[in-house]
Design a protein around this ligand. Structure first.
Ligand code: IPE
Ligand code: IPE
Ligand code: MG
Length: 264
């Protein structure tokens, strides 16, 4: 029996957790939550019914991640492209759902010692959504456990554009461009994710094999896990299975790996 068995896991979750190496849990998991619309369509329901159920999945996954002490989880909730390419009614529903979610979940965040953060162009969101986001951030700011980051109005290319602008602006304020020395650490400091380590694992639900403009810089060496499970059906058990698969992978970072033969 292991000493530090996390409290609150279901029987199935505990079973999976006991297969894991607690020393090699991912420090940051990024999730592309996809398939809400398909989930609804299969049930002959409107797409918004899928989004509603998607929120329940967020609650379950976040709680399990916090219980097993994952330091950071980042969820792709709304992309800059979603904003432009979906019907206005669906976008307004998602905005309203987000406000309700933030209001309702703060007690649970506090119970689980979770701190809420955001990445994306927050200032382009409706003012009432921005206010609620700020409120939730402040209401959880003192928590010292898991950092939950919501990607809202997020796009990786937009993030790079904003980072380059911010680098130039701060250089101009600090002695001009001739002193500017660009390296990876500098770029990291100007990304929206400066508060986070790079993700070790990225999960995409509902089977699509693409990144859809999510964390392009930060995912450089992340392990990719794609599951056919639609987001509203994804839960803590699925999360633990993804981590189990992650622990079976051999990460090389461009090297030869532990089982590589000596080159002649
Ligand atoms: C993901 O589900 C949620 C958001 C992008 C907001 P989708 O709405 O993309 O669902 P599908 O891909 O149409 O099934
Ligand atoms: C990815 O899902 C974005 C989010 C989960 C917010 P999409 O449904 O927008 O991605 P595509 O359109 O299939 O690439
Ligand atoms: Mg989709």
């Amino acid at each position: 029996m292991r000493n530090n068995v996390p409290a609150g896991l279901s029987r199935k979750e505990l079973e999976l957790y006991s297969q894991l190496d607690p020393e090699r849990l991912p420090k940051h998991i990024a999730i592309i939550m996809d398939g809400n619309g398909r989930w609804a369509k299969r049930r002959h329901l409107p797409r918004i019914a899928g989004h509603k159920r998607g929120v329940e999945a967020v609650r379950d996954v976040i709680q399990t991640a916090a219980r097993i002490h994952i330091p950071a989880v980042t969820l792709y909730a709304f992309s800059v492209e979603n904003w432009k390419r979906r019907p206005k009614t669906e976008v307004s529903f998602l905005m309203a759902l987000l406000r309700t979610y933030l209001k309702r979940e703060v007690p649970l965040m506090n119970e689980n010692n979770i701190r809420m953060e955001y990445i994306g162009r927050q200032h382009e969101l409706p003012p009432e959504v921005q206010e609620r986001m700020e409120w939730a951030r402040q209401a959880t700011a003192k928590n010292t456990g898991m950092i939950m980051t919501l990607a809202l109005n997020y796009g990786a290319r937009t993030e790079l554009v904003d980072a380059f602008e911010s680098i130039v602006r701060s250089a101009l304020n600090n002695g001009g461009l001739s002193h500017l020395k660009i390296d990876e650490a500098l770029i990291n400091r100007h990304l929206y994710t400066s508060h986070l380590p790079d993700p070790d694992l990225v999960i995409r639900t509902s089977g699509e094999m693409r990144l859809s403009n999510f964390l392009l810089w930060q995912l450089a060496y992340a392990e990719i896990y794609v599951t056919p499970t639609l987001w509203p059906d994804f839960d803590g058990v699925h999360l633990l299975s993804a981590i189990e698969e992650y622990q079976k992978r051999e990460r090389r970072y461009g090297g030869l790996g532990s089982t590589a033969h000596q080159l002649p």
